[in-house]
Design a protein around this ligand. Structure first.
Ligand code: GLA
Length: 384
């Protein structure tokens, strides 16, 4: 499990080689995240429990004498340029640069500058490389300008939902901004406040990358958002005070579920039970109850698999294989779905066997080697 952490000094050197003004460049960083539990609850205003990662997106920035926002991506070896005067009328291009342009439009009053971007958050893995890009660009473009942290998270979310066109919730941007090296963040997506949940020291959190990303991603996400809204609309017929699925407890849901059409009913059952699982998992983590934490992981996965229908064959294989291995308390898919990563709770002394046996099984079945990342809570966005 190689630690990929990029070195800010190198990025400044590369910035200098590319744009010729390296000495003036400042480097900012925003992390990816792994969500421990609470999937697709954020846009239903429930709870989520991510940790920010040490894998992050780095942005070196310096003012420029041209009239543009000029952005270079080292990962893709591509450059994009737009006159700052054209930002208000910019249209999305469907490319990576949309994330940065979307953020720049939200910030307004951008001065011409060069940005050199390098990220070690694996793209398409469910570890939120896009929020890491949005938030690192936001803090870099803000520079010395002061903005409340929660406003930075919100503007990143707006850039993604309104400009990029992915109707995401707030979790990823919030985790990228508020990440903390000592604990997971239990975020209340209704009040936009969080509390820290320390994790037991005798467990390792391992993300396993299936290296598949099924195309359905954005369209299915949009569909799930709409199905949750349909569930709320059905509930409102008898309970007009319900504004989101967060306002429905599991007990209440049991008494009203027959009034909801079948597909929205299953989506709502996932969301409502999943929000409760975040509460229960946080309580179990604080007590160091690894068995209960693992049980909730698996229940969450089954709920995503059968009720929310956002898993896929490769991910189910990784979960089903992992939970048979010694020292694995639980496993589940993490992130938006249809591929990406699983997250696993593993006893430290069993880590090596876990990795070897899971890799061998996956390779035998799908002909590719999954990637493993040990996830330790890391700090949120800031100067690198
Ligand atoms: C994506 C979205 C988040 C969240 C997760 C699912 O990562 O960006 O807002 O909805 O999916 O939990």
């Amino acid at each position: 499990m190689p630690a990929l952490a990029l070195v800010p000094g190198e990025i400044v050197d590369e910035f200098g080689k590319r744009f010729g003004s390296g000495a003036r460049a400042a480097v900012y960083r925003a992390p990816g995240r792994v969500n421990l539990i609470g999937e697709h609850t954020d846009y239903n205003l429930g709870y989520v429990l991510p940790i920010a990662l040490d894998m992050a997106c780095y942005v070196a920035i310096a003012p420029a004498s041209h009239a543009c926002l000029r952005i270079y991506s080292r990962n893709l070896d591509q450059e994009f340029c737009i006159a700052v005067a054209d930002l208000p009328n910019a249209k999305p291009t469907g490319q990576w640069s949309d994330y940065v342009v979307g953020v720049a439009r939200e910030l307004a009053a951008i001065e011409p500058c060069d940005l050199y971007i390098a990220s070690d958050v694996p793209a398409g893995s469910g570890l939120s490389s896009s929020a890491a890009l949005e938030i690192s660009a936001a803090v870099a473009l803000l520079g010395g300008r002061v903005m409340e942290k929660v406003e930075i998270a919100k503007l990143g979310q707006r850039a993604e939902s309104q400009f990029v066109g992915m109707p995401c919730g707030i979790m990823d941007q919030y985790a990228a901004v508020f990440g903390y090296s000592g604990a997971a963040l239990k975020i209340d997506c209704r009040s936009l406040e969080h509390e820290y949940v320390e994790l037991p020291s005798n467990v390792r959190i391992i993300a396993v990358n299936s290296l598949v990303k099924h195309e359905l991603g954005t369209s299915a996400y949009r569909e799930r958002v709409a199905e949750c809204q349909a569930a709320v609309a059905a509930i409102q017929k008898s309970h007009p005070d319900v504004k989101s699925l967060r306002d429905v407890t599991p007990e209440h849901f049991d008494t009203i579920q027959d009034t909801i059409p079948s597909v929205p009913r299953r989506r709502a059952r996932h969301v409502i039970s999943e929000t409760q699982r975040v509460v229960d998992f946080s309580a179990a983590a604080r007590k160091g109850d690894l068995r209960e934490m693992g049980r909730l992981f698996v229940t969450s996965h089954r709920s995503m698999q059968h009720d929310y229908e956002i898993s896929c064959e490769e991910i189910d294989f990784l979960v089903d294989s992992a939970i048979e291995l010694p020292g694995v308390y639980g496993a589940r898919m993490t992130g938006g779905g249809f591929g990406g990563c699983t997250v696993n709770l593993v006893r430290p002394e069993d880590l090596e066997t876990f990795q070897q046996r899971l890799a061998a099984a996956y390779q035998e079945r799908y002909g590719k080697m999954p990637a493993f990342y040990e996830c330790k809570p890391a700090a949120g966005a800031g100067r690198a």
